[in-house]
Design a protein around this ligand. Structure first.
Ligand SMILES: NC(=O)c1ccc[n+]([C@@H]2O[C@H](COP(=O)([O-])OP(=O)(O)OC[C@H]3O[C@@H](n4cnc5c(N)ncnc54)[C@H](O)[C@@H]3O)[C@@H](O)[C@H]2O)c1
Length: 389
């Protein structure tokens, strides 16, 4: 079965489930990094107790790890629902923000687990965005050499991307995701209802990774996104569920093929090499998805310069970010040479060469280790508003 076949059958399954008034789910196969697990996608918490009735859960303790914003909006609603699913339930609240995705906060979580006498069969529940998912996932990967964790993602980015695939970790000094482990969740519960309280800019940031899924793997999904931007921005429930389902199918297909990023999983880094450099260059004032959008424009420019995509396709890619409230450019005083320097410090190197992701065509990304500094600079310069603009 090809990736395309998986997507077609995914769309078909979506239609069947919708017809039966059932919410869609995705079953992730077992990989070398851990057992398989289920992702449930719905627009409420109604199905959580039923879906969480997994073997060895009801008689265990659980610790909810959440952040200060999610606590304010959603902990009161989630806590009683989860309380019915475990023998004992506790929570720990970490201050919100990427600057808290660090070892000190992981230590706080580990100390709490020790204090509560958690054993190897108890669980962590990550209730929050990618920061909480990565950090709580990492704590569960290392506590007693690994305990189970459940992802309840609350941002668009975490619902369509970071909650699956098993990459967990924290930042070290100013290096993103420098320390971590592959540790798969035991279950992922997606409730699009959480997105109603998400700030608009955070919602837009999530769209960066979603557009990436279409660009690297499926042209028709990318076209569908263009054609549904109104319903997506209006957060129409059915449209969101379908979008999350299809994005996760693409990510699931890639991570199942290559769970530890030895090969095709690197395709998910499309837009990330220059994007991460911009994130650092801008001192993390731009959001992750905003930087990935800029990185994708730069990478598409390199693909265009190589003749892989034509002028119309390049400008369509650049312009798709506008209706989704993502940036197309950096300020005119941004220093392309400095961004290039940071890009080359990126950890995704292959024998001293950057493993760059290019678009061979719209819907098909490839790994390329031959991208030169001149090409990178032209890509980065595409993002910088010239005086005459
Ligand atoms: N593990 C992976 O595969 C993977 C993939 C992509 C990104 N990431 C990581 O994910 C992180 C970014 O994730 P993110 O964009 O979700 O950021 P985040 O977790 O910082 O959440 C963004 C903001 O939204 C708030 N928030 C979360 N849910 C909310 C809700 N429902 N209502 C109101 N506010 C809410 C948070 O408190 C935070 O202020 C980065 O650290 C990135 O490295 C990991």
């Amino acid at each position: 079965m090809t990736g395309r076949d998986v997507l077609i059958s995914a769309c078909f399954l979506f239609e069947i489930l919708k017809g039966l008034f059932l919410m869609p789910f995705i079953d992730i196969k077992e990989t070398v990094t851990g057992p398989g697990y289920r992702i449930f996608i719905g627009d409420s918490l109604d199905m959580l107790p039923e879906e969480l009735a997994l073997p060895g859960v009801g008689d265990r303790k659980a610790l909810i790890v959440t952040d200060s914003n999610v606590e304010k909006f959603h902990l009161n609603e989630v806590f009683p629902v989860l309380k019915s699913c475990f023998k004992e339930l506790y929570s720990i609240v970490i201050p919100a923000g990427e600057e808290n995705k660090n070892m000190d906060r992981v230590m706080e979580i580990l100390d709490r687990l020790i204090e509560l006498h958690f054993d190897r069969n108890d669980l962590i529940v990550a209730l929050g965005g990618g920061v909480i998912g990565d950090m709580a996932g990492f704590a569960s990967a290392v506590y007693l050499r690994g305990i189970r964790f459940i992802q309840i993602p609350t941002t668009l980015l975490s619902q369509t991307d970071s909650s699956i695939g098993g990459k967990t970790g924290v930042d070290l000094h100013s290096y993103k995701n420098m320390v971590g482990a592959f540790h798969q969740p035991a279950f992922v519960y997606i409730n699009t209802g959480f997105l109603k309280t998400l700030p608009k800019r955070e919602f837009a940031s999530g769209m960066g990774e979603i557009i990436k899924h279409g660009l690297i793997r499926d042209n028709s999904y990318y076209e569908w996104l263009i054609n549904h931007f109104n319903e997506i921005n209006d957060q129409d429930s059915e449209t969101l569920i379908k979008m999350i389902y299809e994005s996760l199918k693409i990510k699931a297909f890639i991570v199942e093929e290559d769970p530890t990023e030895k090969g095709i999983r690197a395709l998910l880094n499309f837009g990330h090499t220059i994007g991460h450099a911009i994130e650092k260059y801008m001192d993390f004032k731009l959001l992750h998805g905003e930087c990935v959008a800029l990185g994708m424009i730069a990478a598409s420019r390199i693909s265009y310069d190589r003749g892989y995509i034509d002028t119309e396709e390049f400008y369509e890619i650049r312009d798709i970010f506008l209706p989704f409230n993502l940036p197309l450019s950096l300020a005119c005083d941004a220093d392309p040479e400095e961004i290039l320097k940071i890009t080359k410090l990126d950890k995704k190197m292959d024998k001293g060469k950057i493993r760059f992701i290019l678009l061979k065509r719209v819907g098909k990304a490839v790994i390329d280790s031959t991208v030169t500094d001149e090409e990178l600079l032209r890509g980065i310069n595409e993002l910088i508003i010239k005086d005459e603009d």
